[in-house]
Design a protein around this ligand. Structure first.
Ligand code: UDP
Length: 449
């Protein structure tokens, strides 16, 4: 234990998964636990390492991940994750052993996809806790995926896309969290490793009872370890330190300042999804033709085979003109909280959905793969705070969807629902509410190790 200004601090070792949508909630959890009196050590891969400058109270330790430039450039997430789980195990054990040698480590909290951490913790007799950074409904969807595969229902024909999945309300086959690559076996192995009966002592979930009530209840019935839904983490963490791997373009806020209230559509595909230049051109023309102002994040690498937007077809940049602001990366929570933003066209990553809900912003759902499909179903069908866009990335579909959300009566209704959900989440975040109770229970659990 370390004496910190007269207070004894217990150390927690965090192991984030090296992708933006996973690093952010883990660091936010770190800030929350730090404010509860724990000292925080972040053990991370060399690939996508977090920036320590923004988190001066944490200790950061890097471990070799053995990923070649070629593997990283392939963008094959399944391969990257499988290699990390093999390559990091021994290095992590060594780092953890060194920490135990110098201070008391009360537990390891690891991302569900960084399951190598559990082996090392077990071998060194340190308790471990899993952090799940997707919704509880996604967990049920992934587990169902296994069952459906065994029943021979996966892979499924296109004719089944709209059919309900047996025993899995409210999912249709198209809402299942399908893998980001065609390698089904590797995907199922990853899901098995993340969800099989692990030996960890508890699960922390970046979700909230009022968003995920039925899924959490079902999971609790089947779980032999306590579940702590503590979310949305970004609202509970007192620190607003940047967790971005990319540089944020602050200039977009000045652009937003000049726009009318609720008038701007914010467009982002998150940190991993990619598209081809044809799809992006259709998106661009759809946005332009909708005649609504838009702020569009075109992340470097979003367009396959391009650095940025240099491959935009002739005339498109001029057509975007003053109506649109295209940037590489934004401070998204700030953008969603800006009064000018009235809608979010999103790939429906779980962090983006939570951030949008917390600002009461209605959405257009354009999911790509994995849990994005589950989240989109919840946004459009369960919470009714967004609309589902036609699958085909075609300018006419996009224009219609944008006008439905930003101009038509339907959009007003969705905005009203989004505001009601935002208020519900805020009420749940109060002292004595479910997330704060869960956090106190978690802190007590960690102290009992
Ligand atoms: N994000 C950001 N700036 C951007 C686009 C995204 O800060 O320009 C953040 C966003 O706030 C969210 C994360 O990147 O916290 C993306 O996570 P999400 O789960 O939504 O999607 P993923 O990137 O994992 O697909």
């Amino acid at each position: 234990m370390k004496n910190n200004g007269g207070r004894l601090r217990h150390q927690i070792v965090l192991v984030p998964c090296p992708f933006q949508g996973h690093i952010t909630p883990m660091l936010q959890l770190g800030h929350i636990l730090h404010s509860k009196g724990f000292s925080i050590t972040v053990v991370h891969t060399q690939f996508n390492s977090p920036n320590p400058i923004h988190h001066p109270h944490f200790r950061f330790l890097s471990i070799p991940d053995g990923l070649s430039d070629q593997i990283i450039a392939s963008g094959n997430i399944l391969t990257i994750l499988s290699l990390i789980n093999v390559n990091c195990r021994a290095h992590f054990k060594q780092v953890l052993a060194d920490q135990i040698g110098s201070e008391i480590v009360c537990c390891v909290i690891y991302d569900e996809l960084m399951y190598f951490s559990e082996f090392a913790a077990n071998q060194l007799n340190v308790s471990s806790i899993i952090l799940r950074t997707t919704s509880a409904a996604t967990c049920l969807g992934r587990v169902a995926f296994h069952r459906l595969k065994q029943q021979g229902l996966i892979p499924f024909q296109d004719s089944m896309l709209q059919s309900p999945v047996p025993d899995l309300q409210p999912f249709r086959f198209k809402d299942l969290p399908t893998p980001f690559s065609r390698n089904m076996e590797a995907f199922l192995a990853l899901v098995h490793n993340a969800y099989s009966n692990r030996t960890s002592s508890a699960i922390i979930w970046n979700t909230m009872e009022c968003l995920d009530e039925f899924s959490l209840a079902q999971i609790r019935q089947e779980s032999h370890i306590p579940i702590f839904p503590i979310g949305p983490l970004h609202k509970i963490a007192s620190s607003s330190s940047s967790t971005s791997l990319l540089k944020e373009d602050i200039g977009c806020i000045e652009w937003l300042d000049k726009q009318a209230n609720n008038s701007v559509l914010y467009v982002s595909w998150g940190s991993v999804a990619t598209a081809d230049d044809q799809e992006i051109a259709e998106m661009a023309w759809g946005l332009v033709n909708s005649k609504q102002p838009f702020l569009w994040v075109v992340r470097p690498g979003l367009i396959r085979g391009s650095q940025w937007i240099e491959a935009f077809p002739e005339g498109l940049t001029e057509a975007v003109g003053e109506r649109g602001c295209i940037v590489k990366w934004v401070p998204q929570k700030k953008v969603l909280g800006h009064g000018a933003v009235g809608g979010f066209l999103s790939h429906c990553g779980w962090n983006s959905v939570l951030e949008s809900i917390c600002e009461g912003i209605p959405m257009i759902c354009k999911p790509n793969f994995g849990d994005q499909r589950v989240n989109a179903r919840y946004v459009s069908h369960v919470w009714r705070i967004g609309l589902e866009m036609d699958d085909e990335m075609e300018r006419g579909n996009i224009e219609i969807a944008v006008r439905r959300l930003m101009v038509e009566e339907e959009g007003l209704e969705l905005r009203k629902n989004a505001k009601i959900l935002k208020d519900k989440v805020e009420a749940g975040l109060q002292n004595g509410g479910p997330s704060s109770n869960s956090l106190n229970d978690l802190a007590a659990k960690i102290m009992s190790f």
